[in-house]
Design a protein around this ligand. Structure first.
Ligand code: CA
Length: 367
């Protein structure tokens, strides 16, 4: 039984809601066990930094509170790995998801077989959002009355809908609706969807667990997200709506309002692989730096060669060589610093209290 929250803004913030605000986003999160379960196996992450933030929902699976451990572990690791990662944002996010996967995988192998979690992360990076998804939690973009799903479910029923064997409604009511086909912690190498979209001022992003979308359909989400309300009030209305419809599952929601048109990203926005989630190995690129190593060796060689061949100019050649090496070093340091993401100002994790449930199968959530 625990409830870990960071200090939020006093005053108008509803109980349990955490909020954050920067010049570029205003966001709120709320996680609720729902009406039928005592245990909340969902976790939520909110990290803000200049130009955006990292927002994520994880829906844990596994008996004896393992789901709760898995979802928290995944988000802890996601935050750390993204913060200390490097490279273009999409690859850095994908590698942070893999780090989260490995953390859960090792915990599952060492302690709790069948432990796993979904993970849906939205990185707001200036004028773009990068969505990473594993499992059946969801991300949506609400823009001027239209709702776009930014994630696709990795679940048995979603696969049947894609193949045309089930309708959305049949999937929602299906006895196997809780069976995910892909999750963190089941394999050493994660398979994920990665998608990038441009953001505009006025956009509203929703990240949520299936405790919301299992009972609240897209049409109702459009109505709710279309309300002229602050994120901190919207998250309460979303959770309340799910609870009014029975609240059969843990409900976690993140609402992020985009406040300004951010700069165009300096990287290509990733697109979904039509055939399904891709292995993390796709994002592994060999480390660059080969050219820099050659340049350094060339400068060293030429300096020494010059000093031997023209001994009278030895001092001048040595000075030029040292200057060239110092410039190369400065270039490397500046590039490293620019690649490092800004330090997060605040992180919020919420886990609501509860009781352990045993799932029917290790990859299936309890009813
Ligand atoms: Ca769930």
């Amino acid at each position: 039984m625990r409830r870990i929250v960071s200090s939020g803004a006093p005053g108008s913030t509803p109980p349990g809601v955490r909020t954050t605000m920067t010049t570029s986003v205003r966001a709120a999160v709320l996680s609720d066990p729902g009406r039928e379960r005592d245990l909340n196996e969902d976790s939520v992450l909110m990290v803000d930094f200049s130009g955006g933030g990292l927002f994520a929902v994880a829906d844990g699976m596994g008996g004896h509170a393992a789901g709760e451990v898995a979802s928290r572990l995944a988000l802890d690791e996601l935050r750390a790995a993204y913060t200390y990662g490097s490279g273009p944002a999409p690859r850095r996010l994908a590698q942070a998801v893999q780090a989260a996967n490995l953390a859960v995988y090792r915990q599952a192998v060492g302690h709790e077989a069948g432990m796993g979690t979904t993970l849906t992360a939205v990185l707001v990076d200036g004028g773009a959002a990068i969505v990473a998804n594993v499992g059946d939690s969801r991300a949506y973009l609400y823009r001027q009355g239209a709702l776009t799903r930014l994630s696709r479910d990795h679940s048995w029923v979603a696969e049947q809908v894609r193949l045309g064997f089930l309708t959305e409604q049949e999937a929602r009511d299906h006895q196997w609706r809780n069976v995910v086909s892909n999750g963190l912690g089941s394999d050493e190498k994660v398979r994920l969807d990665l998608l990038g979209v441009r953001l505009e001022a006025g956009d509203r992003v929703l990240v949520c667990s299936d405790g919301l979308t299992g009972v609240v359909e897209d049409d109702d989400l459009i109505t709710l997200l279309g309300q002229d309300a602050q994120p901190q009030d919207l998250v309460v209305r979303l959770v309340d709506t799910a609870n009014e419809r029975g609240g059969p599952d843990n409900i976690t929601v993140v609402v992020v309002d985009v406040l300004q048109n951010g700069p165009k990203p300096r990287y290509a926005l990733p697109t979904l692989n039509p055939a399904g989630p891709v292995s993390i190995t796709t994002f592994d690129t060999p480390r660059r730096g080969g050219l820099l190593s050659y340049l350094t060796l060339a400068v060293l060689y030429l300096t020494l060669f010059g000093m031997i061949v023209v001994p009278t100019w030895r001092t001048l050649i040595a000075a030029l060589g040292v200057t060239a090496l110092a410039l190369l070093l400065a270039f490397v340091v500046v590039r490293r610093l620019r690649a490092r993401p800004p330090a997060p100002r605040e992180a919020t994790y919420e886990v609501a209290p509860g009781r352990a449930d045993l799932p029917a199968t290790p990859r299936e959530r309890p009813e």
